[in-house]
Design a protein around this ligand. Structure first.
Ligand code: NAD
Length: 262
């Protein structure tokens, strides 16, 4: 296989958590992977790249704040310069905030929207432009959540952004189908990452309960009886990135161990 035959991917928010697992999985699937995150995560990013390379994969670390379209455009440009083309973009980067609506400030809402919604919009747009120019089609994948299917108390701002990702994914899928680009989103449930550490910390702070209580309470909703692992999400993203999912587009699919049913 020449380097131009190898499929290539960008994964944002890939320094840790779900994004790291997606990057490692796509590399195992044989893709060359650009792992991207904030500049402050440089050390963790380099660790992900080293891990992929040790396992025989191809990878580069790039930094980009997804809320800035210029940085996302540069991320695509640098990836294409290094790997020749772009086949898959996993717009995974996201942040959470925990607050009742009455205490949610516009500043907080703005921060969530900039990263979780504008970040995905910037990523979808930059990826689609590159794929259209290549004429190769491609796979665009976004991070939504169970909170894109049901609003959760204390996660109002977060839910707003994830519902937005779902709408964006439906429109992008329709507009770009003629370019053989599919656009789908994954909707994890309760994944044991730094994000849930924060949610549990803030929820228990608000309720006065012991740390861990909120995670336990939410986990009781999971039919399969265990907290989700990043790998549970990554194996589904692997499918979305593969040719096996060629006939699927515009979907925001629950992968939550059985919390919500749609
Ligand atoms: N953890 C869960 O239970 C859960 C559930 C549903 C959906 N999700 C979604 O999955 C995605 C990954 O979540 P996670 O649990 O791995 O979170 P995480 O906090 O462990 O990792 C998120 C990564 O995104 C990066 N990031 C944050 N802001 C960024 C920005 N502006 N530009 C670039 N990178 C940025 C962070 O530095 C971090 O490395 C998020 O979109 C999240 O909303 C997570």
């Amino acid at each position: 296989m020449t380097s131009t035959d190898q499929r290539t991917a960008i994964v944002t928010g890939a320094a840790r958590g779900i994004g790291k697992e997606i990057a490692e999985r796509l590399a195992r699937d044989g893709l060359a992977v650009a792992v991207a995150d904030l500049d402050s995560m440089r050390e963790e990013l380099d660790g992900v790249v080293q891990g992929i390379e040790r396992s025989g994969g191809r990878s580069i670390a790039l930094t980009a704040d997804v809320s800035d379209p210029e940085q996302v455009n540069a991320l695509v440009r640098d990836t294409v310069q290094r790997f020749s083309k772009l086949d898959v973009f996993a717009a995974n980067a996201g942040i959470a905030a925990v607050n009742p609506l009455l205490d949610t400030t516009l500043d907080e809402l703005d921060r969530l929207v900039r990263v979780n919604l504008y970040g995905v919009f910037n990523s979808y747009q930059a990826a689609a432009r590159q794929m259209i120019e290549q004429g190769t089609g491609g796979k665009i994948i976004g991070a939504a959540s169970i909170a894109a299917h049901k609003g959760f108390e204390m996660l109002g701002g977060y839910s707003v952004t994830k519902w937005g990702v779902r709408g964006l994914t439906q429109v992008a899928a329709q507009e770009w189908a003629k370019h053989r680009i599919t656009v789908n989103a994954y909707c994890p449930g309760i994944v044991g990452t730094a994000m849930w550490d924060l949610i549990d910390e803030k929820m228990t702070e608000q309720s006065g309960e012991e740390r861990g209580t909120a995670l336990r309470r939410f986990s009781e909703m999971i039919a399969l009886g265990r907290v989700e692992e990043p790998n549970d999400v990554a194996s589904f993203v692997s499918y979305l990135a593969s040719r096996d999912s060629d006939y699927m587009t515009g979907q925001s699919v629950l992968i939550d161990g059985g919390i919500l049913y749609s």
